[in-house]
Design a protein around this ligand. Structure first.
Ligand code: HEM
Ligand SMILES: *[C@@H]1O[C@H](CO)[C@@H](O)[C@H](O)[C@H]1NC(C)=O
Length: 502
């Protein structure tokens, strides 16, 4: 959900119904805003001059914002600036400038922008949208706790391998018939976060579990509705009006109380001798008194929910891309299976240690992530002070988005930029890292779950390909067209998982 920020602006531009509403409400403010912007225009990054308030809404092809952006990049170069409402955004393209923003000036662009529809619910809690001291404390604690629960150790790996066995069983039940793998994959991935935070996994058909997942999904869907985008521009008005944004806030309340009830049970069963999960660890931190700390129960609720939001949809989407690419590139799938058979065989389950001996499989997973490119504009940052990028003035408060698509599809970096091809990550049969590959971003705010996500991707993927061959259903053409949700996902598809003859 929080990740939807990256797509927020384009989708805002797509809502033509906003035009009329904006026009009516904006007229009074136009003059004042226009004068203000003129004054500020000194040495800003180039960009289309827009109307006050409405900004560049009318300059963008609403049906196909990509095309407009391409024109902007051609016309204005690797850094350009657009306005919508009160927000000024700068889009940065190309490895040198992206590194400048995320690494060299990482301390300047360390914060997240304050988005009203998030702020209304999350305030300054959690991991993804928090800033400053609170963000530092919560992030450090979450990383440390993940590590204590075995991130990079055997225990976490065992949890993922156990879940992979359940996933394999659930897919075997489909008996090779066409099915949409979304349900099983989402359950499996989500269960990893459940076992870290709650201390246990759920059966896939557990009604509470399904309700939680449904709410998470609804929140992600509702976010993109125009009422919620309008809330971002006029929160003080929209707060009092009915609409999808109110439904969004109700869904949030539901998931909040779900987590609260689980916290209550944990409090009852808390054992001073033993810390079983993230909630236990957090409750123990709460019992230390420190008036200056950001540790409070509300923050526990939102950190937990952030781990769900950031950790479920992303990894699940990547795995759905992976199965799709397997069905569409059977010879690559065959090579991966040959590597699995040679290094692991059929009698034991894959482990993380196998990765080192499986350069082809590892390379294929990397190229799925490159092509899937599920968070195309990264998660936005905001300038915490006035600064200069590529010689242009970027004032405090400017939102900065980094165009990861440009890295992942750069014809100078990749032999076949628009085609799935594991060779991109291979050199003389060995795995080769690439600088222009940043699906988890980079710098101090880099994805907190990168290590966990990589472990999940490798183990789930190899466990599935060890046991099944993925194929398009008879007389069906699978499509690689993306569906822009919170993450760029494949359009829903059905696939056959044919058990491998052993
Ligand atoms: C394939 C899977 C994943 C991808 C592609 C991905 C990608 C990203 C990206 C691009 C960011 C923004 C980083 C930035 O602003 O520079 C991010 C942040 C984050 N991710 Fe992931 N992520 C994945 C899986 C996970 C998992 C499994 C977790 C759960 C532990 C997780 C937790 C987070 C959190 C908490 C943040 C916010 C970090 C912060 O603001 O300090 N992610 N992720
Ligand atoms: C991002 O980069 C891609 C590839 O170079 C380009 O097609 C696209 O228009 C860029 N998008 C934006 C918003 O800059």
């Amino acid at each position: 959900m929080q990740l939807s920020l990256g797509t927020m602006l384009p989708s805002l531009w797509e809502r033509t119904s906003l035009k009329t509403l904006f026009l009516l409400s904006a007229i009074l403010l136009i003059l004042a805003k226009y004068l203000q912007r003129r004054r500020q225009h000194l040495n800003y990054p180039p960009g289309p001059l827009g109307l006050p308030i409405l900004g560049n809404v009318f300059q963008i092809d609403h049906k196909n914002p990509q095309i407009t952006f391409e024109k902007f990049v051609k016309k204005y170069g690797n850094i350009f600036c657009t306005h919508v409402g009160n927000l000024t955004s700068v889009m940065v393209t190309g490895l040198p400038l992206i590194k400048e923003v995320l690494i060299n000036q990482g301390h300047v662009f360390i914060d997240r922008p304050k988005v009203p529809v998030h702020y209304h619910v999350i305030k300054t809690f959690g991991l993804v949208m928090s800033n400053g001291q609170a963000w530092k404390q919560q992030r450090r604690f979450a990383l440390m706790t993940l590590r204590n629960f075995g991130l990079g150790k055997k225990t976490m790996e065992d949890r993922i391998r156990e879940e992979a066995r359940y996933l394999t069983e659930a897919i075997r039940e489909e008996k090779g018939q066409p099915f949409d793998p979304h349900f099983q994959i989402n359950n499996a991935v989500s269960n990893i976060i459940c076992s870290i935070t709650f201390g246990h996994r759920f059966e896939y058909h557990d009604s509470q579990f399904q309700e939680l997942l449904k709410s998470l999904d609804d929140i992600l869907q509702l976010e993109t509705r125009w009422e919620c985008q309008l809330f971002n521009v006029f929160p003080w008005v929209m707060k009092f009006l009915p609409g999808k944004h109110q439904e969004l806030f109700r869904e949030w309340k539901k998931v909040e109380s779900f987590v609260e009830s689980i916290i209550k049970q944990h409090k009852k069963n808390l054992n001073p001798e033993e810390t079983l999960d993230f909630i236990d660890a957090y409750l123990k931190e709460l019992s230390k008194d420190n008036i200056h700390s950001s540790f409070e129960e509300k923050n526990l609720v939102f950190c937990t929910l952030d781990l769900f939001f950031a950790g479920t949809e992303t990894t699940s989407t990547t795995l759905r891309w992976a199965l799709l690419y397997m069905a569409l590139y059977p010879e690559i799938q065959g090579k991966i299976q040959a590597e699995i058979d040679q290094v692991i065989g059929q009698s034991r389950q894959p482990t993380l240690a196998d990765k080192e001996n499986m350069p082809y499989t590892n390379a294929a997973i990397h190229d799925v992530q490159r092509m899937g490119n599920i968070i195309p504009f990264n998660v936005p940052r905001v300038a915490t002070i006035d600064t200069t990028v590529a010689g242009y003035h970027v004032p405090k408060g400017t939102i900065v988005m980094t165009n990861l698509t440009a890295l992942h599809r750069d014809p100078k970096e990749w032999a076949t930029p628009d085609t799935f091809n594991p060779e991109h990550f291979l050199e003389n049969g060995q795995f080769k890292k690439k600088e222009s590959f940043l699906p988890f971003s980079v710098g101090k705010r880099v994805c907190l779950g990168e290590q966990l996500a990589r472990a999940e991707l490798f183990l789930f993927f190899t466990c599935l390909l060890q046991k099944f061959t993925f194929q398009a259903p008879p007389n069906t053409q699978l499509s690689l067209d993306p569906e822009v949700r919170v993450t760029t996902s494949p359009v829903p598809y059905k696939i056959c998982a044919i058990p491998r003859a052993m």
